[in-house]
Design a protein. Sequence first.
Lengths: 788, 266
Amino acid sequence: MTATGIGAPVKRKEDQRFITGKGQYTDDINRPGQAYAVFVRSPHAHATLKNIDLSAALKSPGCLGAFTGADLAADKVGTLICGWMIHSKDGSPMKAGVHPALAQGKVRYVGDHVAVVIGETLNAAKDAAEKVSVDYDALPAVTELASAQNADQPQIHAEAANNTVYQWHLGDKAAVAAAFAGAKYVTKIDLINNRLIPNAIEPRAAIGEWDAGNDSLTLYTTSQNPHVTRLVLAAFIGLAPEHKLRVIAPDVGGGFGSKIFIYAEETVCLWAARKVGRPVKWTGDRSEAFLADAHGRDHVTHAELAVDANGKILALRASTKANLGGYLSTFASSVPTYLYAPLLSGQYDIPAIYCEVDGVYTNTAPVDAYRGAGRPEATFVVERLVEVAARQIGMDPAEFRRQNFIKSFPHQTPVIMAYDAGDYEACLNKALELADYKGLGARKAESAKKGLKRGLGFSAYIEACGIAPSQAVGSLGAGVGLWESAEVRVNPTGSVEVLTGSHSHGQGHETTFAQLVSQRLGIPIEQVTIVHGDTDKVQFGMGTYGSRSGAVGMSAIFRAIDKVIVKAKKVAGFVLEVPEETVDFNDGIFSSKATNKTLTFPEVALQAYIAHKFTGAQLEPGLKEGAFFDPTNFTFPSGVHICELEIDPATGATRIERWTAVDDFGTLVNPMIVEGQVHGGIVQGVGQALLEGAVYNKDGQLVTASFMDYTMPRASDVPSFKVAMTSTPCPSNPLGIKGCGEAGAIAAPAAVINAITDALGHEGVAMPATPQAVWRAANRSTQKLAAE
Amino acid sequence: MYAFDYHRPSSVAEAARLLAGSQEGKLLAGGHTLLPTMKLRLAGPKNLIDLSRIAELRGIERRGGDLVIGAMETHDAVASSAAVQGAIRGLTELATHIGDQHVRHRGTIGGSVANNDPAADYPAAVLALNATVVTNKREIKADDFFKGLFATALGADEIITRIVFPIASKFAYAKFANPASRYALVGVAVAQAPSGVRVAVTGASAAGVYRATDMEAALGKGWSAQSLSGLAGDATKMLSDIHADAQYRAHLVGVMAQRAVAASGA
């Protein structure tokens, strides 16, 4: 390992820019002649749009234009898409309603887009937007997931009877039923996976710009995947052909999935730029982020585990209703299906698994991928089941897990996934030691002396990352392939620009990707620049989500570097006047056993460009190579997290006292950044478990529409974390990387809830386990309380 | 935000004239409630009168048996004042836990008391310590000042100039914070004031800050947390929201009252 190579805790190159306020986010960009868009949003969860009167708005001072869904339709602008086809049990394709960028005929959630007003200034646009008069015919709203499919509920989309988008399943139902029939123990639980609102620090923003001279469009936007945005806007929505559309995603302040999707606002800004002949900027405010960013999670699940007399798990089955909101967002259909059920084997050898999932429309904001996307929901099901089962059987929860761990690899689960590598016991052993599991009893006694209840909870999670083998996801319904591209451009002086299809919105790619280049080409890390987020620079890419940029994005760079080295060796051969095949390249030095002369990487780069030592017939000048990398399998990061907490039964306040995380991410490129990802993920998971939860009332109004009511985790809500690693390198990419971006958020919720149930000695605490909920649970045995 | 005229008077008299003479005038005394509502276009005062440059609204001092705090003193100033610490230590603690650093450096005691948010911290202290709210026109006893949610005895052109706290032999405030906003879900202030034992509760009641007379009677007999055993809020009069229903709030009133007494050095 070099000081800046793979495995070195290099400080992030990009932080100088971010910390000193020199980042360039979409809202920092201002284009000449820029105008401002404000969206008129539905105050109703469900209503028929009878009439929209724009006349007063158009007369408002500084108003440059006002448009509705009818204007988009007249321009034949396509509707927003859901890019993953799911088929129901009966083989029928999912029943997706139309998703116009501006509502047509109906609105389907509070915050739905009714009209856009363009103004000379933001205030002029707001003034004009207030003058848009909308005549609604309010309809009853569907807001409760559990009953949304009932026959008496209002119909949200004509295409989807009983508000049901699909009724999907995976696994062998009969085999599972047989296993349950022969089980000694059956554990049954009902779970709610609470709805979360992403709340990246930077709200979404967009600037649409039309170049009348070239008839081309440019969109500056807060995107995790600018090329996919361009593809959808060109091929499906039809705003411009792909070669006449440039999408730039500059510095982006967090995404967590919510900036993967192609939304109404960005689409409308781009379209409106041509309509008004001016660049059009929209910067979402925090209220809009709450209302109209795609939310996450929101499942209702019944799950059961069958266990034999010896404590061996025989089968698992789960039945889930997944809230998809008022429309299908870009990848909404895949999250509660193929990103969920294939993870229900967890770390365990479970011979039979069956899962059925109903995707359901409600009059709420669309729901899509959010940090972990399906895998936190699966982990919560598995790890709650296992914990409850262990208690029911009377086994130590750690030993019950150990007994059922998968112990040899590769391992084919009954639900698609073939785990390639792992050592689950190694993680568990290390975690038990670091958490001082043996000392728990003494610590519980100390807490009891203070009138507090202490509990410890495990979460042994697995996730499928490095998304994903294109052929595999294609066979499951994905509309795209999920490879990644890279281009390595060596300059004549030996500095390097790497163009990547991955996109950094907090992950630190400018550092980690440069570490790979620094190590492999033997050049200082300062000589490497990472370029991303501009479709005019990077030819194509699939973007960053699903913990894929290390495993897939860096692998593409790795392969491109392979090609650069092959070419550089040819150049070196000519310069050293030795046969190419005798040239070695190590630590930045080209050498050959046929000579005692050597060349540095910059010297060879210069020779490649001046081309004095070889003819055009012998070798092309220049040093620039590209590669596309398509993985052969998902990656399977895993780990064991242990949460230890104290509950004040008088108030229900829960304080996390200790957190131990032992993760297996395979190869670590930058352990400091990995640890940061683990910290952030745990905090988001703790947020889900204890604090966060979107609440709609029965009229479909979002009650938690600001930070006054939606509880984000704060530093004071978590202790200092004990983070450690084990490593079984991933065999399906050249670096052995598994991915770490989502692990904490996947692991944490079950660890917290399991710890609370351990402290209270019973099973029923729903997320978020707020003080009120915990107080109720803590006093359930001693107090007669009204129905919750 | 809608357009407005901004005024920055240098005396209370000038501020009062501006307030009386202006159409839809609002006083700016920290702005933590007013400015967000203006940004959301939920409020649109035509005139904003900023009190931050009026010297006579400043000052924290002990005057005989009283602690006097100028209306425009920030929460941070109160939290870091040696005079407050020496006179009523529990008030230091209260101010230290209002909002966050940013809030404490802008928010003021006068702004908080005048706004009378049902979940604000200061009204509980003002009521429990039997303080006097001094305005440009008169002196108002705490018992006569708070009139329910966001309502006070202040007249339309009346400006709080200072709060006079009689120094209590014991005072403490215990807050159970709303997990999201960190306002008081329930906050209880207990005092052995020169005028007697007083207990004030904020955050909990649908009628705003109130005195818990049953707890006062119990503590009058014996100043200890145990004296409050079995006492709680009246669930039929409590606020109810997603964070805490009335029953939980009523329970927390009892718990926080006991903790406040314990913290007072009982």
